[in-house]
Design a protein. Structure first.
Length: 519
């Protein structure tokens, strides 16, 4: 227990140093939607969100309890990560022993620290990992106790994973695929009975269905069921489906991971993959010989998402951490086994140490950076680095009961400014792609501008913010700019790197263009 507390303490202290890390778009989408929830708004109806609602309501609880500050969001996210680490340790200890639990907890802490502290520490994938741990832990432990309630609990946890993000459906797929895998590998003298297969699959699907139905009933009660279905089912399908999924794009995504992620903790990735495969060859002594399916499914979901965003690969942290626990636990048992022989014990000890040297060194290097370099890591992320300054500038000019209109996909500015959105379409990505619904959303966006006439409009002068398809983005701007020129007059611009200045300048290359209502 003392070692676990040491891991948890180090994990929290490490992330606490980055409690002022700026928000990226998805995080801004969650936190602003949470603000609207606290004001009586409903996600999807009042704020367009493409992801399922768990993170929104988690953020609303945080903001209700601790206020709308960056530090509160980051600290709460760290505490959530501690809860995931504890849950991972508990089920690994019960299923594979204390050493495996500690190594799994350490691997999870290191990977999430090294690879998702600076840029996307509050991604939907990060919040999903708690529910993945709950599902996998219940599922693996259930056969040992012959407990159907644990199977139902695994299905419920899979449903909650889906309510963090649609890629959480991978967890239910894993549960069902793992049944088939166990049936395939079951020994002839102990075959799985058809009744067992049906019971396990049914309980998992019932648990998943309970969460899904409860969510649908909630939004029906709030009068926002059609918007929930529109955003999280219809729109997201076209949105992701519009991205390329060919050999070249898949290769580029793996190159990104090799360059930006695996290099940080490559030894843990290797150890985790080996550990995920070990139970296949130790079938009679392990109930986790389908763990490799979770690892493969997580990688598959990251690829299917269709973009080279690092946070998509955060899903792999949980199965990799479990694999690290299994493999490192076996090495540790060999090291402390006096009957294993000196050469074998020495080799196992060397392998065990080598697996952790690189990741631990990377974590120490990250934490030992001077404060000015830590701040520098958070800057240069256009346009997130200057979002707080432009939000402060606009908040001084817009009354609390007035709304703000942003032409771009920067919902974190609404959060920083603590001003409500004039249009539910706080992201322009869905408006500027090859989607069936794009034209309808564009008209809704323009109508919101004309009807609400907010005192200020913020135009984000970046294609990366406006859309993923440059030609279609320019066509959309050609539709809305005449309306903007008629109703507003250009006031100034905000430079892309303004240091601590809160005043706009005349720099024409600035990211933010500020327009003032013309009456």
């Amino acid at each position: 227990m003392a070692l676990l507390l040491l891991i948890l303490t180090a994990y929290f202290v490490a992330r606490y140093q980055f409690r002022e890390t700026v928000l990226i778009r998805d995080e801004g989408n969650f936190t602003h939607a949470a603000q609207r929830v606290l004001d009586g708004g409903i996600p999807y109806r009042d704020v367009y969100v493409l992801k399922t609602p768990f993170v929104i309501y988690f953020m609303a609880a945080v903001e209700y309890a601790a206020g709308s500050s960056l530090a509160a969001i980051r600290v709460a996210t760290s505490v959530y990560g501690l809860a995931t680490t504890c849950l991972l340790y508990l089920f690994m200890r019960r299923s594979f022993g204390r050493a495996a639990g500690l190594f799994a907890a350490l691997a999870f802490a290191l990977m999430t620290l090294n690879e998702s502290t600076i840029v996307h520490s509050a991604s939907a994938e990060f919040f999903m990992l708690f529910w993945v741990a709950a599902a996998v832990g219940s599922w693996i432990y259930a056969p040992r106790r012959d407990n159907p309630w644990l199977l139902l609990l695994a299905g419920i946890a899979a449903g909650m994973a889906y309510q963090c993000k649609q890629s959480g459906s991978m967890v239910l797929i894993f549960l069902l695929a793992e049944i088939a895998w166990r049936k395939l590998l079951s020994p002839p003298d102990q075959p799985m009975r058809p009744a067992q297969i049906v019971e396990q699959a049914t309980l998992a699907m019932i648990g998943f269905g309970l969460v899904t139905v409860a969510t649908l009933l909630f939004f029906a009660w709030q009068g926002a069921l059609s918007q929930y279905v529109e955003c999280t089912w219809t729109s997201i399908g076209s949105y992701v489906g519009g991205r390329s999924l060919d050999v070249a794009s898949i290769v580029s995504r793996f190159q990104l991971i090799l360059r930006d992620s695996i290099k940080q903790d490559i030894s843990l990735w290797v150890l985790g993959v080996i550990g995920a495969l070990i139970p296949i060859f130790r079938r009679r002594e392990s109930s986790a010989h389908g763990l490799w399916l979770l690892l493969a499914g997580s990688a598959g979901m990251a690829i299917i998402a269709g973009q080279s965003y690092r946070q998509y690969f955060d899903l792999l942290f949980l199965p990799l951490a479990v694999g690290c626990g299994i493999a490192a636990g076996r090495l540790w048992r060999a090291v402390i086994n006096p009957r294993a022989g000196i050469p074998r014990r020495v080799i196992c000890a060397v392998l065990l140490v080598l697996a952790w040297v690189g990741p631990v060194h990377q974590a120490i290097r990250l934490l030992s950076l001077p404060d000015d370099q830590k701040v520098a890591l958070m800057r240069g992320l256009r346009p997130f680095d200057t979002s707080q300054q432009v939000a402060a500038y606009l908040a001084d000019k817009i009354a609390p009961d007035e709304c703000l209109f942003i032409l771009g996909s920067e919902p974190q500015i609404y959060f920083y400014a603590e001003r409500r959105n004039c249009s539910r379409l706080v992201l322009t990505y869905p408006l500027t792609g090859p989607y069936d619904y794009a034209a309808t959303l564009q008209q809704e966006f323009i109508n919101d501008l004309v009807e609400n006439r907010p005192p200020y409009v913020l135009l984000v002068n970046m294609e990366a913010s406006l859309g993923e398809f440059p030609v279609l983005t320019r066509q959309f701007l050609a539709r809305i700019k005449p309306v903007l020129n008629e109703l507003y007059e250009f006031e100034s611009v905000f430079p892309p790197t303004s240091g601590d200045s809160a005043q706009p300048s005349g720099n024409s290359a600035a990211v933010f263009h500020i327009w003032r209502r013309n009456y």
